[in-house]
Design a protein around this ligand. Structure first.
Ligand code: GLU
Length: 479
């Protein structure tokens, strides 16, 4: 690439950051970093009724959490600002004026009801719903009469009857016929610019070289290219990546489960795991490796390899990756990250002995697939939370199991040595006394000690619980 590319991520702050949008941000970030270019973050907040500052704050916060940094945008001034559309209204007015002077736009006085009526009648007559140009040829006096009624016009672009063709970096050659597109609104009746208009002006003025976004914007691109032509601007290169789909192959939405970055954060996915997973979806990498660091992803990223067909979101796979990332954290790092989740699960991490807690976390780390599950994994180490599950009770409901547990407990009374020595000797004692081995020997001990039938290695659990507490639990199992 000759010049350094400039790309942008342009979210509308109208909701929580959806993983699909996070993936668009990630692709732009990887592209910019791979080519040594710049990433612009632009806030598209011209839809006043749906945009909110709190969504903007959470959006920015989620991007930071994911580690996707931008070079220009909110909190990072550059020469192409402001980076918020609501602060760029003068620029849109100025550009509308240019199109007015060139007679490429006209005021439209149609009401919502009239437009809806037109839409319905086109649908009924099996034609494609679009604006048929009712206000395109109004005379000055007709316009004045409508304005006198108090109608505020929107501004529509006179769509030329030409073909729009462009080469998409992901999807190849794409073609749209002007005839199938109605004159579209570029400035709404409240004076605010419409998306397709503002985006062209901004992408041009911000010197964006590549527009990378979801394929749901493909048809917008045709309208945008028409505007580029009308202004005499050079259009950027476009790349429309596939969307994330649910298991039913419909666009991933709330009904499929968690969809916002915030929800995955709350469940305790690590940002690096989520980024890795999103990058893998519809893979854009040369190698078929699954676990990749940001540096490796930047190195291997290429839009040419991005898949054209939708990528199905599989939370189980994300969980699997997350578990790998959790296992790779140091215990100290993991402990810090777990703190808010422990509090949420009703623990008071600041009141717990740090070295004991470290041992607890080390013991359960390999079992943990998401941080928010920590509560259920560590409950076995807290006497107050020890609870017998029905599966464990079933295991204990046999003469053999009773023999094992009583023998194990009996040994503890007089045992001395390190926890591992005591555990090993107690198991040996229980084996000899009961004549049982394997599952029949270990399961009753696990069931009585933890109240569960699954969990970390028993020897390690015993070491964390300690001899006294273990003895009490065994007594509790057979009062
Ligand atoms: N604000 C638009 C959106 O969030 C941006 C689309 C684009 O990248 O042009 O969908």
């Amino acid at each position: 690439m000759a010049d350094r590319p400039r790309v942008r991520f342009a979210p509308s702050p109208t909701g929580e950051l959806h993983v699909g949008n996070a993936r668009t941000a990630l692709f732009n970030w990887l592209f910019a970093r791979h080519h040594g270019g710049r990433l612009v973050l632009r806030i598209e907040d011209t839809d006043e009724s749906r945009s909110s500052v709190s969504y903007q704050v959470s959006l920015v916060d989620d991007l930071k959490w994911l580690g996707l940094d931008w070079d220009e945008g909110p909190e990072k001034d550059g020469t192409y600002g402001p980076y918020k559309q609501s602060e760029r209204l003068d620029l849109y007015t100025e550009h509308l004026k240019k199109l007015m002077d060139a007679d490429l736009v006209y005021p439209c006085y149609c009401t919502e009801e009239e437009l809806e009526e037109e839409r319905q009648s086109l649908i009924l007559s099996k034609r494609m719903p679009r604006y048929m140009g009712k206000c395109r040829n109004l005379s000055v006096s007709e316009r004045d009469a409508l304005a006198a009624k108090g109608r505020k016009p929107s501004w529509r672009f006179k769509v030329p009857q030409t073909t729009v063709e462009f080469n998409d970096l992901v999807r190849g050659s794409i073609r749209f016929e002007g005839e199938s597109i109605g004159d579209f609104i570029i400035v709404r009746s409240n004076g605010m610019p419409a998306y397709n208009f503002a985006v062209v002006i901004d992408d041009h003025l911000m010197a964006i070289t590549h527009v990378i976004r979801g394929e749901d914007h493909l048809s917008n691109t045709a309208l945008q290219i028409m505007l580029y032509r009308a202004f005499g601007f050079e259009p950027p290169v476009f790349a429309h990546h596939c969307l994330i789909l649910g298991k039913d192959h419909a666009k991933l939405s709330k009904r499929h489960g968690s969809v916002s970055v915030g929800e995955f954060r709350m469940k305790g996915y690590l940002p690096a795991a989520l980024v890795n997973y999103l990058a893998l979806l519809g893979s854009s990498f040369a190698e078929a490796r699954e676990v990749m660091s940001p540096a490796e992803m930047i190195e291997a990223f290429s839009l040419d390899r991005a898949s054209k067909s939708g990528a199905v979101f599989d939370e189980e796979k994300l969980r699997w990756l997350n578990a790998i990332y959790i296992r790779n954290l140091t215990v100290d790092d993991l402990s810090n990250r777990l703190r808010p989740f422990l509090r949420r699960a009703g623990y008071q991490p600041e009141k717990l002995d740090p070295s004991w807690m470290k041992q607890v976390i080390e013991t359960v780390r390999d079992e943990l697939t998401a941080l928010a599950d920590i509560g259920e994994h560590i409950a076995i180490f807290f006497d107050g939370r020890y609870q017998m599950t029905s599966e464990a009770a079933q295991i204990l409901d046999s003469a053999g199991a009773k023999k094992v547990v009583l023998a194990f407990g009996e040994y503890l009374e007089s045992a001395v040595g390190s926890p591992v020595e005591i555990y090993t000797a107690a198991i040996k004692h229980a084996r000899e006394k009961s004549g049982l081995k394997g599952r029949d020997l270990f399961m009753p001990v696990r069931a009585a000690l933890t109240g569960k039938v699954q969990g970390p290695e028993l020897e390690r659990v015993f070491a964390v619980i300690g001899k006294e507490s273990a003895a009490r639990r065994l007594k509790q199992a057979y009062p």
